[in-house]
Design a protein around this ligand. Sequence first.
Ligand SMILES: [Fe+2]
Ligand SMILES: [Fe+2]
Length: 222
Amino acid sequence: MAKVKKNGEQKKEWRKAVKSAMLKATEQESKDRLGDVEPSFNYRWEHVVSVVKLSTKLARLTGADVEVVEAAAWLHDVRKEARGDHPKEGAKLARKLLAQTDFPSAKIEHVAKCIEQHMGLWRDKPLTDLESMVLWDADKLAKIGLTAAFHWTGSALAGSKLRDMNDLIERARSVDWHRKTVASMHTKPARRAAKARLKAYNALWHELEAELKGDDLFNRNK
Ligand SMILES: [Fe+2]
Ligand SMILES: [Fe+2]
C-alpha cells in the first residue's frame, strides 16, 4: 500500500486503508455466512459503497464535513459480525486504523462518534451532530426503496423462503419499519428521497400484483 509522510512519519493513505479493511471484512462476513462458497454477490460491500456515495453527496448538500463522513461511511459496518455492538466495535477499529494513516488526527474522534451513533432502523430521539445525522440518513436510505426490494428479494428467493410470488408480495408489504425510518430522517434531502423511495417500493409491489392478476389487461387509467 502506498505510504505518505505525516509529521515526519511514513503513513498509509487513509482512503486506500479503509477501503481495503472494509473489503476484507465483507469477504469474511460472506464466508462466515455461506461457508467456503465464493460469494457471487457481496451484499455488504454493495451496501457500504452505496452508503459512501449517498453520504458524501448528502454531506455536500448539507455543509457537513465530507472527509469525516466519508471515512465513517467506509468503516461504519467494518465489525458487523459483532451484531448489536458493531457500532461501538467499529468505532474502536476506526480509531486504531485511521491513526496509522494520513487521515487528520484531529478528526478521528469525530469519525468514531459517527460510527458509534449509526445504529437503529428508526430513532425516537434524533441525533444532534450533523456528520452523525448524515451517516445515519445515508445508511438508512440504502436500506429502503427499490434497493431494499431487490436485495431482499434476491436473498429470499435464493434461500427458497417463499412459496410463490404472492407470498413475496405479502411479505414485502408486511414490513412495517420503512415508514418509521422515513419519519426518522434528519436532513431535508434525505427525508425527501426516503419518501420517494418508499413510494417506489410500494408501487413496485402494486405493479407486480397487477401483472400476476392480469389487471394490466384493463385500462386502469379510466
Ligand atoms: Fe450498521
Ligand atoms: Fe450499514
